[in-house]
Design a protein around this ligand. Structure first.
Ligand code: HEC
Ligand code: HEC
Length: 341
């Protein structure tokens, strides 16, 4: 991202500590009016968990995600991508199909690890019990959770490459599938020349494209459902947000990313297209192969800036409201996929 995490993090905290917003904190939908002693009323375990989650949320998360969970915290105005709106409840990174709600485990993982290359920090210093409580609390912002419940996990197919010490075959198969069958380069960059893409396409029985998009070796800009511009990451230079271990990449690739152009790829495995002899052109193992291929690209990512170098970016003017007053500020351009550590 363009501003360092640390700076936004500090800003978010400062805003919270100074209480500039001076908003009334919203109570969760739970009856806490009776004291424990009254009529033998006991705080239920669930209520206690939600209260713990609310307290921690108001301490750590409001600066960006807002007291009402709408993603409009005081520190959110210049962030790109914006903090998630928990009222809309469209979560990007999950082990469930695009469009479905994530599992508790997905939310806990995101909160624990953060989302690299966005302003969302890691909260692994917060005790696990409290992180679990926050997961339950952020689910109170949307009725969708009661209505639909968490989505079903995508199938976790066997990874045939896991036991192999040498991943060359996996990476090569991944490169072929990425360019030749799944055509991930319609959004992400292509990492081979057009002639090679055509060759890969032919191996999957496809007719090679006559023309390829201009800037084939650059990421394409896509709009999210929320109308934000977003780059499909260039794995040689951008961070992936939801982790770069093989299981992380399998999850992102197979499940897709809700609200963005990145589709759910795993479903094609239910009835993959076949060649003339009836043999499937792709198989579940190809999702793993692409995970190894993408990870191999990530590992080649060069260091961003040499020691002592500073990134200078064009500034743009923004106006924002804080504590009732309107302010004008100059902030770095946010429309580039380049991210600063
Ligand atoms: C400094 C700003 C900031 C703070 C503080 C912050 N977040 Fe976030 N959070 C973000 C941004 C930005 C995103 C969206 C990133 C993206 O879309 O790639 C996000 C996304 C999320 C998501 C959605 C992940 C998904 O799959 O869509 C969850 C859940 C979340 N944050 C929880 C929390 C919790 C809980 C806290 C407090 C412990 C917190 N955040 C604090 C900025 C912040
Ligand atoms: C139609 C456009 C599109 C296609 C096709 C596409 N992607 Fe994506 N992909 C995106 C966008 C947009 C994002 C960024 C989402 C975000 O960060 O909000 C993304 C993100 C990703 C990520 C990063 C997830 C993270 O943790 O940040 C991976 C990995 C990925 N894509 C792999 C693939 C692979 C492999 C293919 C081909 C099988 C593919 N994508 C095809 C649009 C696409």
């Amino acid at each position: 991202m363009k501003l360092s995490h640390r700076r936004w993090w500090l800003l978010a905290n400062m805003l919270f500590v100074c209480g500039c917003g001076d908003k009334q904190l919203q109570e969760p939908e739970i009856d806490t009016s009776k004291s424990k002693a009254e009529f033998g009323y006991q705080t239920s375990a669930q209520t206690a968990l939600l209260l713990e989650g609310k307290k921690a949320y108001e301490q750590y998360c409001v600066g960006c995600h807002g007291v009402n969970g709408d993603g409009k915290g005081e520190g959110s105005y210049a962030l790109s991508p914006k903090p998630r709106d928990f009222v809309m409840a469209k979560f990007k990174f999950s082990s469930t199909r695009s469009g479905q709600l994530p599992t508790d485990e997905d939310l806990l993982r995101t909160i624990t690890l953060g989302l690299r290359g966005s302003a969302m920090p890691s909260w692994n210093f917060v005790p696990e019990q409290t992180r679990i409580a926050m997961v339950q609390y952020i689910k109170t912002f949307s009725p969708k959770w009661k209505q639909f419940g968490e989505g079903a996990r995508i199938p976790l197919y066997n990874d045939p490459y896991k036991q192999e010490a040498d991943k060359t075959a996996a990476i090569e198969r991944g490169r072929a599938a990425y360019h030749g069958f799944f055509r991930c380069w319609t959004c992400h960059p292509a990492y081979v020349e057009p002639a090679k893409i055509s060759e890969y396409i032919a191996t999957f029985g496809g007719a090679p494209a006559e023309t390829y998009r201009p800037d084939l070796h650059l990421a394409d800009i896509k709009a999210t459902e929320a109308g934000e511009s977003i780059f499909a990451p260039d794995f040689l230079r951008d961070f992936v947000r939801a982790g770069s271990t093989i299981p992380d990449l399998y999850r992102s690739i197979a499940a897709g990313i809700t609200g963005t152009a990145m589709p759910t790829w795993v479903d094609i495995m239910d009835s993959p297209p076949t060649d003339a002899a009836g043999k499937p052109l792709v198989q579940p193992a190809d999702l793993w192969a692409m995970s190894y291929y993408v990870q191999d690209l990530i590992k080649q990512r060069p260091a961003r800036l040499a020691a002592g170098k500073v990134a200078v970016r064009p500034l743009r003017e923004i106006t924002f409201k804080m504590g009732g007053a309107e302010y004008v500020a100059k902030v770095p351009q946010l429309d580039s996929a380049e991210e600063e550590e």
